[in-house]
Design a protein around this ligand. Structure first.
Ligand code: ATP
Length: 882
């Protein structure tokens, strides 16, 4: 590792690192360095170790309860086989938990490996894009606005470079960077000639040489000091854990009650303890949190195959509740393939330039206004020329292409007019300007939104000379006309003087040149997606920095507004008021509006907050540095994989790899399906457990013969319940999933209706189990072992059939998501095979006290089990539950 690179000259740094600042490292050297220094990753990105996963399984309260059960069985019963059986169950529980958690973590690792953080480097003299994890010391890094810096590096060149280092220094304002060397004792926050891993480039561009990677970076050191990052649980996992804990307490109280009443009634202590243990085991839904985690992780993996990367597991859960989607316009709702369409300067309006031949410009080609327009287009422009594919802002690319079409020699013009300084484009000021030096002095070239530019202009170029700018209103109406055709409009201005103007004075006294309208058609597929959202109760809100006219036209084309909508449907940034909250009507208008134009990034953030305060769950599209606060604030931040800046992708919760607005629809429907499934198996597992608790409790209270044994119940919970629950999580989702409103954000997993369903299904199963016990005892007069076995098998079958109760009550029993789910059928088959095998494997059958049943007895088991399904279905359909 290099010591104090900020105090050394660039050449010394490069020499020490054995690198070349003009062509970077070569492949052979990179391989060697990767071996020496390791990958450019830090601890927080590394996943939980296998040992820790295993160790964590022992922390589960269920394991404690089982251990106590094993101890009690041994102490009171001196029954070694049963104690061993319970210990085996503990081991099985731990193994299942371990395997399932490992599977969840593997899915997350697979997602991480897709590596969406990339870096641009100079290697072997060529510009390459590589995974950031493969950076090595000595690499020459190229960075630009919107990038997240991937390693610590010493700057070689820097142009207008401003970097936000809040993650490192806590300073929220961007810091200006320079290349000159600094004294050895310079503190971290003052090391202006360095860029650090994890910081964000807000403006400008730079070339830098990597001096530290991975844990050797400043960020790595901080994280090492902080120790292991505490593992975060999703809100859903927390809710489920809370539910499990609640059930455990309930069971303990119930258990103590049974022991106490049993003791008072003078029952055999052994029997009492046995019942209490059985009850404790019956009440706890062992598989619940794990099955939920698996469902979420599977949802994530499934979406990743369809180009949607979900970075945090809770994202899947939030998606299902999203009811407002805020989106920008350019590139998300439109194609972002700009073309120059209309030129307006002096008295000339030249329309549909792209469709006609450039010869239509012959008459005006030599006018001063047209030349000034073209010079501004070429010089006030940051597109990188001479590359295979033009890189940069699409509006600027359109200007370059237009100039090339008219045979302007762009390189020569740039060479003869070197740029001295630049006011970069920013979404708040909505303009950009450059100061260029030429033979006879200095020229300022400016372009931007009409309202922004016109404020600085007091003259207009007319009849080959600047004249007083009197007809601003007339121009405003030209611009509105163009915008109402859906064109994106840019205004142009300049000023020339012999002496160099001061940086603060660049924009004063400009001469207006004219405007250019760009065509950016709406995306074809957006309209149908917006209709799907409408049906799904999700409101789409367009928040654009563009002109209200352009916004309105595009909104009409994609069906966000009706055709020829009144212009007051659109809220202008100037009209937005949040502080001291406006009148109730204004409040309502704000909630009802679906198009906001000329809004700044700060206003976008305020709008997101406003929606959230009014109990909405907000998804937000964003791609620029300025969108980051709103992306973070939104419940779901969404960034585009191709077009979005790295910083936006870092801040977002979801990345759409294919940049398509329409893919969000898939993500939302998947999010809804996953939540539905989680609810289904919570109801399923709880109703099964309820059946067990009530059956055991009733048997104890009514002094019934042959109650269910603890090991039988454990077998049920671990073998027969888990597979159908997992299978429910594999379902496709109901067909009408996008035809119903989103669930409310604060809606609990289990509402009143679902508790009612759980009780109905649980009691139906209990009726069957208690029913067969009573029938076998009173009517068939069978032995207690046979009665116990018949009750046990009835419980197994009734619980398996219970899975079919999980479909919604409004769909047909024979045609629904659950019955059509092949995983459910496989799970039932698997559970049955395991149950039958248990009978044939003698140690298991002995531990479970299984004995041979006659065909008639099996027939009764099937009838009673089917009866429980029929009973639940009748009550459910009559009562309209779930
Ligand atoms: P959105 O992407 O949110 O739909 P937008 O891209 O139209 O909106 P901004 O990027 O904030 O919004 O642009 C606002 C205005 O700034 C544009 O309408 C245009 O007039 C002007 N503008 C856009 N890009 C540039 C640029 N590269 N240089 C100068 N002005 C620009």
């Amino acid at each position: 590792m290099m010591l104090d690179p900020f105090s050394l000259s660039i050449s010394t740094v490069a020499d020490t690192l054995n690198s070349n600042i003009d062509c970077g490292l070569n492949e052979r050297e990179i391989k060697l360095r990767l071996k020496t220094y390791g990958k450019n990753e830090i601890a927080a990105n590394q996943t939980k170790s296998r040992w820790k996963i295993l160790f964590d399984q022992f922390k589960d309260p269920i394991i404690f309860i089982l251990a106590i059960a094993a101890g009690l069985t041994f102490l009171f019963n001196e029954d070694l086989p049963e104690t061993i059986a319970i210990i085996t169950v503990i081991l099985i529980t731990i193994t299942i938990g371990f395997i399932m958690e490992l599977q969840g973590i593997r899915s997350l690792e697979a997602l991480r490996k897709m590596g969406f953080i990339e870096s641009t480097v100079l290697r072997d003299g060529k510009i390459k894009t590589i995974k950031a994890s493969l950076l090595v010391p000595g690499d020459v890094l190229l960075i630009e606005a919107g990038d997240v810096v991937s390693a610590d590096a010493r700057l070689i060149t820097a142009e207008n470079l401003m970097v936000k280092e809040a993650s490192l220094t806590g300073e929220s304002r961007a810091v200006e960077k320079r290349v000159n060397s600094l004294p050895v004792n310079t503190v971290l926050s003052d090391r202006k000639n360095m860029v650090f891993k994890g910081t964000t480039v807000e403006q400008g561009s730079a070339k830098a040489i990597v001096v530290a990677t991975g844990t050797n970076t400043e960020l790595g050191k901080i994280q090492k000091m902080g120790g292991d990052v505490e593992e975060q649980r999703t809100p859903l996992e927390k809710k489920l854990n809370a539910l499990s804990k609640w059930l455990i307490w309930l069971t303990l109280i119930f258990g103590i009650l049974i022991v106490f009443t049993g003791y008072l009634r003078g029952l055999d202590m052994l029997l009492i303890i046995e019942t209490a243990v059985a009850l404790a085991v019956a009440a706890i839904p062992e598989g619940l949190p794990v099955v939920a985690t698996i469902a979420l992780a599977r949802g994530m993996l499934k979406l990743s195959k369809r180009q949607v990367i979900i970075k945090k597991m809770e994202g899947v859960e939030t998606l299902g509740a999203t009811n407002i989607i805020c989106t920008d316009k350019t590139g998300t709702l439109t194609e972002d393939k700009m073309q120059v369409h209309t030129l307006v300067f002096e008295d000339e309006i030249l329309k549909e330039i792209q469709n006609n031949s450039p010869t239509q410009l012959d008459d005006v080609k030599h006018s001063q206004a047209f030349c000034a327009l073209m010079m501004t287009s070429i010089l006030c422009n940051n597109v990188v020329l001479n590359t295979e594919q033009l890189k940069g802002d699409s509006i600027e690319i359109a200007l370059v292409q237009f100039a090339e079409k008219l045979h302007f020699d762009l390189n020569k013009i740039k060479e003869n007019n070197p740029e001295k300084t630049e006011i970069p484009f920013n979404t708040s000021s909505k303009l950009m300007a450059t100061l260029n030096k030429n033979d006879d002095g200095f020229t300022v070239y400016a372009k931007g939104a009409f309202e922004s530019i016109v404020n600085y202009c007091d003259t207009i170029l007319n009849d080959e000379k600047p004249q007083e700018f009197k007809n601003k209103r007339e121009w405003l109406s030209h611009v509105s006309d163009m915008a109402s055709q859906g064109l994106r409009v840019l205004a142009f201005a300049y000023k020339h003087q012999e002496t160099e103007p001061k940086k603060d004075d660049l924009l004063s006294h400009l001469t207006f040149i004219g405007v250019i309208g760009f065509l950016d058609p709406a995306r074809e597929d957006v309209k149908s997606t917006i209709n799907v959202y409408k049906e799904a109760g999700i409101k789409v809100v367009m928040m654009t920095g563009d002109h209200p006219g352009t916004a309105k036209k595009i909104a009409e084309e994609i069906g966000l507004l009706p055709k020829n909508a009144a212009s007051n449907c659109i809220i202008h940034g100037n009209e937005l008021q949040f502080e001291g909250q406006a009148s109730p009507t204004a409040h309502k208008n704000l909630l009802d509006a679906s198009v906001f134009a000329r809004v700044t990034p700060e206003q976008k953030l305020k709008l997101v907050t406003f929606y959230q305060e009014n109990e909405n769950v907000v998804g937000m599209f964003g791609d620029g540095i300025n969108d980051i606060p709103a992306l973070r604030k939104a419940d779901i931040g969404i960034a585009m994989g191709i077009r979005g800046t790295q910083a936006a992708r870092e801040a977002a919760d979801i990345i759409l790899k294919n940049d398509k607005f329409t893919t969000m629809e898939l993500a939302i429907s998947q999010g809804r399906a996953v939540f539905d499934h989680i609810r289904q198996f919570v109801v399923y597992l709880l109703s099964c457990n309820l059946a067990e608790v009530v059956s055991v409790g009733l048997a104890a209270l009514l002094n019934l013969p042959a109650p269910l044994l603890p090991l039988q119940i454990l077998f049920l919970n671990l073998v027969t319940d888990i597979f159908p629950a997992l299978a429910l999580g594999m379902g496709k989702g109901e067909v009408d999933i996008m035809k119903r409103p989103p669930r409310k954000a604060n809606e609990p997993i289990m509402g009143r209706k679902r508790w009612a369903s759980t009780i109905i299904y649980g009691l139906s199963i209990t009726v069957a189990v208690v029913g067969i016990t009573a029938y076998a005892y009173f009517s068939l007069q069978l032995s207690s072992v046979i009665i116990n076995n018949m009750a046990f098998y009835t419980l197994v079958l009734a619980q398996l059939f219970n899975v079919f109760n999980m479909a919604e009550s409004k769909v047909s029993f024979f045609n629904n998501e659950v019955i059509k789910n092949p995983w459910v059928w496989s799970a039932i088959a698997l559970s049955l095979i395991i149950t039958v095998s248990a009978y044939y494997i003698s140690p298991i059958s002995e531990a479970l006290f299984l004995t041979k049943l006659t065909l008639e007895q099996i027939g009764w088991v099937v009838i009673f089990a089917l009866g429980s399904l029929a009973l639940s279905q009748i009550i459910k359909r009559l009562g309209g539950t779930f």
